[in-house]
Ligand binder design. Structure first.
Ligand code: AMP
Length: 212
């Protein structure tokens, strides 16, 4: 398996880029946030356990997250090219991937963005409730307000994109990020991407990086 992990604050655009790459280049894309939201919708045991953490902007415990991602990866063919978006978020999660030869990470890409932009990005974010396509009221508006360009579904705001939860999510991110960056930088696997640019420009920069 060839595994690339996307690192970056909530709102840094890693999910948008991961979805685009999966569609255009055939990567298998796993967003642990999306997986948890689906589990909540489906009313599963994992969903029930995760909900209270997500609602508060806290991290779901490592053991649960490692179990989710390990079983998703175990189902893939050996030659799959994988993008992980939102995992790992802690060093123990990163270590869990590298412990197994079949899930060792090939590269980590860090989406860099000034913190001041993140609140505006997150509170203005809207997602399609049907297909999950992300939009932004200012930066990436849909053609028709409130309607998904791709599938015609209704756009909604994630409950954890409310400003008070956003602030806590950013605090939680800051508490883990330096250690995670050091982990991948010491393993010589880290690349940094300027994510304070238009979506299309970042997509081109990312393609170039992935071809290096
Ligand atoms: P996201 O959609 O990536 O912003 O994730 C939404 C929420 O899901 C986060 O705020 C966490 O509560 C939870 N979550 C997603 N991925 C992880 C992870 N790898 N470790 C712990 N919690 C996670």
């Amino acid at each position: 398996m060839n595994i690339t992990v996307f690192l970056g604050a909530p709102g840094s655009g890693k999910g948008t880029q991961a979805k685009r790459l999966a569609e255009s280049k055939g990567f298998r894309h796993f967003s642990t946030g999306d997986m948890l939201r689906e589990a909540i919708k489906a009313g599963t045991e994992v969903g029930r356990r995760a909900k209270s953490f997500i609602d508060k902007g806290e991290l779901v415990p490592d053991a649960t997250m490692i179990e989710i991602i390990e079983s998703a990866l175990a189902a893939l063919p050996k030659q799959a090219r994988v993008l992980l978006d939102g995992f790992p978020r802690t060093v123990p999660q990163a270590e869990a991937l590298d412990k197994k030869p079949s899930t060792q990470v090939n590269r980590a890409i860090y989406f860099m963005i000034p913190e001041a932009q993140l609140i505006q990005r997150l509170t203005g974010r809207r997602v399609c409730e049907k297909c999950g396509e992300p939009f932004h009221v200012l930066n990436l508006p849909p053609k028709v307000a409130g309607i998904c360009d791709k599938c015609g579904g209704k756009l909604m705001q994630r409950s954890d994109d409310a400003e008070d939860v956003v602030r806590r999510r950013l605090q939680v991110f800051a508490g883990q990020n330096d250690q995670l960056l050091s982990y991948y930088s010491q393993a010589a696997k880290l690349s940094k991407l300027d994510a304070d640019k238009p979506v299309e420009t970042i997509q081109n920069d990312l393609m170039r990086l992935l071809h290096d």
